[in-house]
Ligand binder design. Structure first.
Ligand SMILES: *[C@@H]1O[C@H](CO)[C@@H](O)[C@H](O)[C@H]1NC(C)=O
Ligand SMILES: *[C@@H]1O[C@H](CO)[C@@H](O)[C@H](O)[C@H]1NC(C)=O
Length: 420
């Protein structure tokens, strides 16, 4: 561009700004007409029309929130917050939006969210926003928290999110997103990834790249395939993993024992099979472990029941055949639920027929020797050979031996619900 055309552009621009303001040739502050709006910062003038445009497409506002969205002081609008942007500490910009629970209805966030160049936080859970997410959100340089959970967004996973380099917190749960999830999402630099309660259908990625995810919820989707062995690299910092109500299958990887920070691991209601790796006994911070409603079998590892912080170990509705004294102690305390399994002397077990039918099929896991390894030092446990209890032929024999187990006396009463 030549010098002349730049000057020409500037002149034209100021001419536009001065339209309707004949009294002065060089106004220090551009005053848009007709409203005598005086926005404190150029950055706010940029987003002002964007907000007004969005206000016009809102079809329902039962709480009357948008009534406050008038006048020049954007920073006082309900749900809008201003701050100094990272690139200019003296400027004032629209830094965050919190529409949580506003119950607003709008056909789309396109032309709104993606046109707020200084936005850092966008929280809009529990509204009735619909549509898809514009690819332009990838251009928002500062957005680090995006929460659009509990809305009516649909379409495939918004791939633009992969290009958002500042993003740290992504919550899109309770929407109508469907289809696959790009595997790169799991290795993105996110602390929090909530995808639960959508219609995603995706094999868990095998990639072993490191990530920083602390909270991961994929619950109530249709994620399928095995839990990948590389999980410990991708989730080495994770404290909460919610895989429940998906279609995950295959055997549990021994590497789960490396999720050292895990406090909650919930993979209930999937199609997981095989034994529980003893390595889970190394997860010293674990408080909740749920594998209820799967096809797990073998013994309940005593080393897992010995975990000091365990408050809820749900293993009901599986095919376990053996439980030792430490675990029985947890049943008495109401911590361990083993109903609907194949344990001869416990009440509320499956029928002999059901158990026999399950074990009639050969059931193998790869890397069988790893199931007995303990990747940590625990004073009261050394790595026992897992073969005695995990060898399925011996399981089948033992089942035959105990074919009348359902008639055995109830040795261990099920814990009663303790009144609180
Ligand atoms: C920073 O923002 C202030 C207020 O908008 C503005 O006057 C100033 O020119 C900006 N500085 C830079 C370096 O852009
Ligand atoms: C333990 O977890 C299971 C599965 O999440 C849940 O259904 C159950 O209510 C919990 N039990 C207690 C005592 O919290």
């Amino acid at each position: 561009m030549s010098c002349t055309s730049i000057i020409l552009a500037i002149v034209t621009f100021s001419a536009i700004l001065t339209l309707g303001d004949e009294s002065s040739n060089t106004p220090p502050v551009p005053q848009p007409t007709p409203a005598p709006l005086l926005l404190v910062d150029q950055r706010l003038s940029v987003v002002f029309p964007v907000i007004q445009k969005f206000k016009n497409i809102i079809t329902s506002d039962p709480l009357g929130v948008t009534k406050s969205w008038t006048g020049p002081d954007i920073c006082k609008y309900k749900g809008f917050y201003c701050d100094n942007p990272p690139d200019n500490k003296t400027a004032i910009a629209l830094a965050s939006i919190d529409f949580n629970g506003f119950q607003l209805s709008a056909p789309s966030l396109d032309g709104f969210l993606d046109q707020l160049p200084d936005i850092g936080l966008f929280h809009a859970n529990s509204n009735f926003f619909t549509g898809t997410i514009s690819p332009n959100v990838a251009k928002l340089p500062y957005l680090y928290e995006l929460d659009i959970s509990n809305n009516l967004f649909s379409g495939s996973f918004p791939n633009a999110i992969l290009g958002m380099n500042s993003l740290n917190f992504l919550d899109i749960r309770f929407n109508l997103f469907a289809g696959s999830v790009p595997p790169q999402l799991f290795t993105k630099d996110l602390d929090v990834l909530f995808l639960n309660n959508n219609h995603f259908m995706q094999r868990l990625p095998k990639k072993k790249k490191k990530s920083h995810i602390i909270l991961l919820t994929l619950a109530n989707n249709k994620f399928f395939g095995p839990i990948p062995r590389g999980i410990y690299k991708a989730l080495s910092t994770v404290t909460e993993v919610l895989f429940l109500n998906n279609l995950l299958s295959g055997c549990l990887p021994y590497e789960l024992g490396f999720l050292k920070e895990a406090v909650v691991f919930d993979a209930g209601n999937n199609r997981l099979t095989g034994p529980i790796p003893f390595s889970l006994g190394c997860l010293g911070k674990l408080e909740v472990l749920n594998f209820a409603g799967n096809l797990l079998h073998g013994m309940v590892p005593e080393v897992v029941c010995a975990l000091g912080n365990l408050a809820n170990l749900s293993l009901s509705d599986n095919y376990f055949i053996y439980v030792g004294p430490i675990c029985r102690g947890l049943i008495r305390k109401g911590v361990l639920d083993l109903r609907k399994n194949c344990i001869p002397d416990l009440p509320f077990q499956r029928t002999v027929f059901k158990c026999a039918a399950f074990f009639a099929k050969p059931r193998h896991c790869p890397y069988m020797p790893t199931y007995g390894f303990l990747p940590c030092w625990l004073p009261h446990f050394n790595s026992p050979s897992p073969y005695n209890v995990l060898d399925l032929s011996s399981i089948r024999t033992s089942l035959k031996d105990k074919a009348d187990y359902s008639r055995q006396p109830t040795a261990m009463p099920l814990p009663k619900e303790e009144p609180h």
